[in-house]
Design a protein. Structure first.
Length: 101
């Protein structure tokens, strides 16, 4: 299976809201998943990654696949444990919501 890496820094525009960057990254993620592979989103070098960034991407994937987000198909690379913790909370919330759907 081909793994595509999406570097968030390549899509980051500091003058725009972080959710707009997340929407662009989410589109790239969906295209990568549609190709049948897996995707890694790197947030390395990005400071202050809020939960809203992860939520936009995870919700787009959840809606696209019609269920839980599979970490085997969508992964993230982090600079810090804090980024990873924020992501994990978002993933848990999105997957819990998918379980109630």
């Amino acid at each position: 299976m081909v793994r595509t890496t999406i570097n968030t820094l390549d899509h980051l525009d500091p003058s725009r809201p972080v959710t707009e960057t997340a929407e662009v990254v989410a589109g790239a993620v969906l295209r990568g998943l549609d190709s049948g592979g897996s995707v890694t989103v790197s947030v390395r070098g990005v400071r202050g990654v809020p939960s809203s960034f992860f939520n936009v991407i995870l919700k787009a994937v959840q809606q696209h696949v019609g269920g839980r987000v599979d970490p085997a198909r969508l992964g993230f690379e982090f600079d810090s444990k804090l980024q990873e913790m924020i992501y994990q909370r978002s993933l848990d919330a999105v997957n819990a919501q998918a379980g109630r759907g």
